[in-house]
Structure formats: C-alpha cells, structure tokens
Write a protein that binds this ligand. Sequence first.
Ligand code: UT7
Length: 329
Amino acid sequence: MESLRIIGTGSYLPPRVVTNDDLVRGGLDTSDEWITKRTGIRERRIAAPEVVTSDMAAQASLNALEMAGLKARDIDLIILATVTPDTHCPAAANWLQDKLDAHRAATFDITAACSGFVFGMNIAEQYLKNRTFRHVLVVGAEVMTRVVDWSDRGSCVLWGDGAGAAVLAMGEEGAQLLSTHIHSDGSQGKSLLLPGAGSMASPVTHESVDKGMHHLKMIDGKTVFRAAVHGFMDAIVEAARHNNIAVEDIDWIIPHQANIRMFQNISQTMNIPMEKFYLTIPKYGNISAASCAIALDEAVRDGSIQKGHLISMPVFGGGITWGGAMIRW
Ligand code: UT7
C-alpha cells in the first residue's frame, strides 16, 4: 500500500570523545559522579574547529541516501533542522546542498530547537502527501559545543555535536511514517535561549560579547526538566491515540536525548519498561535537533529495530516546542 515512508537513515558523529573526567581535567568545577547521576551523560563528541554543521549534515545525508538507494540528484527538497547553522544567511541547508551536489533540491533551515527533526518530518509529510515533491531529505545537525558557555557548569556538560538524517518518500517499501505531531508555546521561550547573532543580540558589540549574548542560556533547568517530562508524555500519548495504538504495544521509544532521569520518570509514571527507551545519552549527551535522528539510525543499524516494530519518537525543545511521530518499521 502506498503511504508515507522513511526509506533511508544516516548519522555522523565527530571522532573526538570528551569524557566527564576530561571536563574536570580541563578546569570545570564538576565531577563525573555529578554529571552521570543527574543526567546519565558519561561522554560527548566535539567537532574539530574547522568542521561546520553542514559538514556533519553531509556525512549523515550520504549514509541515508546510500540506505535509500538514491543519489543526491534525486532529492527534491532538503530541510535542515538546526540552531547552530554555518551562517544565518545563506541557510545551512544551502551549504549542505552544495556539498552533496543535490542541485535539483529546494532548501531551507528550520528552527524548532531540539524538536527540529520531528518538525522537519512533519513539513516533509505535507509536501509528499500533496505530491509536490517525491524525495525529501530531513536532517538534524548541530555543533552545540560551539555555542555553550563553557564556564556555566549547569548547562555546558549537557551538550554534544553530530548529525542525523532521513530520506522520506511516498511508496510501498520502507518504514511507514504513520503520523507526526507538532506543538509550540512561545510564552516559555525565555527558559532556553540562544540570542546568538539574532536581532536581540545585534549588532554584535564588545558589550554584547561580554554579556555572553552569543551563548546558549538555560535560565531554569528544573523548569525545563519538568516541562520536558510533560511534553514527552503528551507526545507519546497523542501519537498512540491518533493511530489507535495502545502504549504497551509500542516496541521502542526513541526520544530526543535530553536527560536519562526524564525517561526514568516517564518509565515509572507511564509504566513503560526502561528497556523500551533507546538511549544514546550516555555516549553523546544532548545534540539538540540531531539527537533523535542519530538514535533512530543507530537503532536501525545495530538491529535493535526489526521489521514490524512500532516506534514512538517524542521530542521536546527550547521555544518551547514539542511533538512526536509514530513509525511502523
Ligand atoms: O533539550 C532540552 C534541553 N534542556 C535540558 O535537557 C535540561 C533540563 N534540565 C536538567 O536536565 C537538569 O535541570 C540539570 C541536569 C541541568 C540540572 O540538574 P538539577 O538536579 O536540576 O540541578 P540544579 O540545577 O538544581 O543544581 C543542583 C546543584 C547546585 O548546587 P547547590 O546550589 O545545591 O549547592 C548546582 O550549583 O548542583 C550544582 N551543579 C553542579 N555540580 C556539579 C549544577 N551543575 C553542576 C555540575 N557539576 N555540572
């Protein structure tokens, strides 16, 4: 039966591993014990200084295209979800297009913070279902470690770098993307803020740099934590109800990878066994829009996901944004 499909996934992680002990050795006032206990993170990947977001996005995309059996010229649209684009203009998706030589594709970036990959799939769904495009490449890619404030131990330990990608198409082969769901609440925008080179922080001055306006700011981690737990749970329930699926019939929860304690909390509240959460948090930390795309690709490639499995992908991010997807592999 022809329906919306994920026909290829791919990911890329920079090779440099930085452990919690490495951060301590680098002078940060923290400990492996604190970070592991409060977040589940043991290490993260950090991109080399010359590597930009579109470089990692290109590697992930090539892997996804290979799995899909497509060439870059087959792609009609590239949607790149990121809060750390190479440049604000042009979009990082344009740099990516050039690196892939996907010359037929239209391109744009989207900003939905850590929820960006699911927002991207939701946009792709509209174009594919109304037959505007045949093949859409959705990518989440971030160099978060370049925008964090390395003197703020409360947030800098959380983040890492990497990219994940998926090729979506209408067809009869591949995993069925049963539904996507997206939500936002701008009234809570200040809880997780990246003024960067936006108009709030422009023009860039010595004063704005001294104030750290170029850094990611997490105003109240505990509030973000609570909102994320609720956002994830709502997203799991919404996608299950929409597809008439009982939550206990879901084989894998592949969430945005924020903090292991969030999922321990959700596991208890919703009675979902922890083994059903596919988590990359310990080895990669939080890679914002790339996190769930990388986890999906790894779960496919390591054989955790088998044909017929039901996968729920709840996401939550700054903005605030949240949403979910239901996939039948
Ligand atoms: O994609 C969504 C993005 N955001 C998130 O995922 C973040 C959501 N929030 C969280 O995950 C948690 O709030 C954090 C992991 C960020 C913090 O955990 P917490 O249990 O909320 O800790 P806290 O901020 O309340 O800090 C508790 C203590 C404080 O010390 P005092 O005041 O009790 O003496 C902090 O100064 O822990 C201290 N602390 C640290 N100690 C060692 C904060 N960060 C660190 C650290 N190492 N890295």
